[in-house]
Design a protein. Structure first.
Length: 276
């Protein structure tokens, strides 16, 4: 938001310009009482609180894919709850798992939680809340100032008459103000959506439900790769050991030669003393 010096002076000198400002509010639907999530009763919804849920579920390994598809299908069918799939990932490798990130109205999140709670064992569930009251109030105040500024510029444009230079400057400023209003409207819409809907992060894991033979079959399947890695490590280690072995052998041989010479010299000296 910009207030050029020349335009500000002109606006202050305009007669009849009051202080009336067009306002825009971040009104959200009246707080509603939500239902119950698994093991948790929710309180009345605040008009400025954004909620995000996280659910970890242990599912049988063979059912990871079907549960993954079932959650997506349930979201697609929940059009009345404005359910949107924001992110999804399915891993069917050695460690089967899946993650989903969804956004929906509280009733839609409630349905998804109920669906998931019967698909496997819930190992972790949490909910975080973010208070957006301050940014909502700031955006409302800024938007009201922008609308008031635009109204003043429109009055100034009418009074500029045929002054081309003034009209150019005013129209340029009006275009910038309109861009600022549209950008702020988009941010306000995002905040409205954030408090009117909730985020659900789903983590599907099959670690605790693997069969007894599964680790053995995986170990056998990886036997050749592990064998090649072991051989390569052994060869690499041998390449380091050989030079050190040669150096140690030379050192031991030299030390032995010196020790033998010293021993023979001591023996000759002892014999000389006995002869005398």
């Amino acid at each position: 938001m910009r207030f050029p010096f020349l335009l500000s002076i002109a606006l202050l000198t305009l007669p009849g310009c009051g202080n009336h400002a067009e306002t825009s509010s971040l009104a959200v639907p009246a707080a509603a009482v939500q239902g119950q999530s698994p093991g948790e009763k929710r309180a009345a919804r605040s008009p400025s609180i954004a909620y995000e849920h996280s659910l970890h579920l242990d599912v049988h390994e063979d059912k990871i894919g079907s549960v993954y598809e079932a959650v997506q299908a349930a979201c697609r069918e929940a059009t009345a709850d404005q359910c949107v799939l924001l992110e999804s990932r399915l891993d069917t490798g050695n460690h089967a798992s899946a993650t989903l990130r969804l956004r929906a109205r509280p009733t839609g999140i409630e349905k998804l939680l109920t669906l998931l709670s019967i698909q496997g064992g819930v190992t972790h569930i949490s909910r975080t809340a973010e208070d957006l009251a301050q940014p909502m109030a700031d955006h409302s105040r800024k938007l009201a100032m922008l609308h008031d500024y635009r109204s003043r510029l429109e009055v100034l444009r009418v009074r500029a008459g045929s002054n081309i230079d003034s009209l150019i400057r005013i129209n340029k400023e009006l275009a910038q103000v309109q861009n600022d209003i549209e950008a702020l409207d988009g941010e306000i819409a995002r905040l409205r959506q954030r408090v009117e809907t909730e985020i659900l992060n789903v983590h599907l894991d099959a670690v605790h439900h693997r069969s007894f033979m599964r680790p053995l079959s995986q170990a056998l399947a990886n036997f050749t790769s592990h064998l090649s890695e072991g051989l390569s490590s052994a060869i690499t280690g041998l390449a380091y050991v050989i030079p050190w072995s040669i150096m140690l052998f030379v050192f031991a041989w030299g030390a032995g030669k010196l020790w033998g010479r010293s021993k023979r010299a001591r023996a000759r000296h002892d014999l000389g003393r006995e002869d005398r």
